[in-house]
Design a protein around this ligand. Structure first.
Ligand SMILES: *[C@@H]1O[C@H](CO)[C@@H](O)[C@H](O)[C@H]1NC(C)=O
Ligand SMILES: *[C@@H]1O[C@H](CO)[C@@H](O)[C@H](O)[C@H]1NC(C)=O
Length: 263
């Protein structure tokens, strides 16, 4: 392969992987804004968990705060006398926003799980810059309501996936998964914890969605759920109804060489 083709290939990979960031990279310094976004998110997170008083409501509207947020374990708790508790400490960070204006009864309102790409991009990026209920303004680090938020009609669950990404916790390098089977197993373990946190969640229709490198996570998760469901009694199955992938990098070898050949 000529060096020009190699260079083109590299640029293409970077573009595909970073495509979710591109609207922002063009216009502003993403680092500064991501930091502002994380600060804002932290203040949201802590203002809702530490000071549930009327005064905190003046800072941010109620809908800007997650309905639930925190950590979902990815493995069974170890025996109390076990020397290694790494698997139990590994956890995925999540932020859940309940549907604001659902058109179906709450027990039938779909749940959407959003997985960012990367690999290694926090789903708080999608939350605060793309599809969450409140977005960080480009001019200043303040929040503005998002009229196209995906939680207008659906419950919206952002997960920092896999372990090691965003606010998710990796107690050791060994706890970071190295293949899609392990990523999917962690994700579904965590998802089951989330679904168990509210009696109505398990029966609600579930969609797994994401963009860019989530073109790998989303089908892996869907496949894992379908295989698991086939072995479980009906009342323990995850009610997976569909998956959605935007600008997915699902099969880099095929996708990138097809584009290169067309140049
Ligand atoms: C932990 O305790 C159980 C029962 O108390 C015992 O059977 C097991 O061998 C112990 N495990 C370790 C790693 O000490
Ligand atoms: C995936 O990684 C896990 C450890 O994270 C390992 O146990 C498993 O064998 C790997 N699976 C494949 C298909 O490589």
């Amino acid at each position: 392969m000529g060096s020009l083709r190699r260079l083109l290939l590299l640029v293409l990979v970077i573009l595909l992987v970073q495509s979710s960031l591109s609207p922002f990279l063009n216009r502003l310094s993403p680092k500064i804004h991501m930091e502002s976004a994380l600060l804002l998110f932290f203040s949201l997170f802590f203002s809702s968990s530490l000071s549930p008083t009327a005064s905190s409501c003046t800072l941010f509207p109620e809908e800007a705060r997650p309905t639930k947020s925190g950590y979902l374990p990815v493995g069974a708790a170890p025996a109390a006398n076990s020397s290694s508790s790494a698997a139990a400490e590994a956890a995925l960070f999540f932020a859940f926003y309940e549907a604001q204006q659902p058109v179906s009864p709450s027990s039938e309102t779909p749940l959407l799980t959003w997985l960012q790409g990367g690999p290694g991009c926090s789903s708080m990026f999608g939350n605060l810059f793309e599809l969450g209920p409140f977005l960080v303004s480009q001019e200043s680090p303040t929040l503005r309501g998002n009229p196209a938020s995906w939680n207008r009609r659906f419950g919206l669950l952002f997960i920092d996936n896999p372990i090691g990404t965003g606010f998710s916790i990796a107690p050791s390098l060994d706890s970071i998964p190295r293949n899609q089977s392990a990523v999917a197993a962690h994700l579904i373990f965590a998802l089951r914890h989330f679904l168990a946190s509210d009696p109505s969640f398990l029966s609600r229709p579930l969609y797994v969605t994401g963009e860019s490198y989530a073109g790998k996570y989303v089908p892996s998760a869907g496949y894992y759920i379908m295989r698991q469901n086939a072995r479980l009694p009906v009342d323990r199955r995850i009610n997976l109804r569909g998956v959605a992938i935007g600008n997915g990098l699902t099969h880099p070898v095929t996708q990138i060489f097809e584009v290169l050949n067309a140049l």
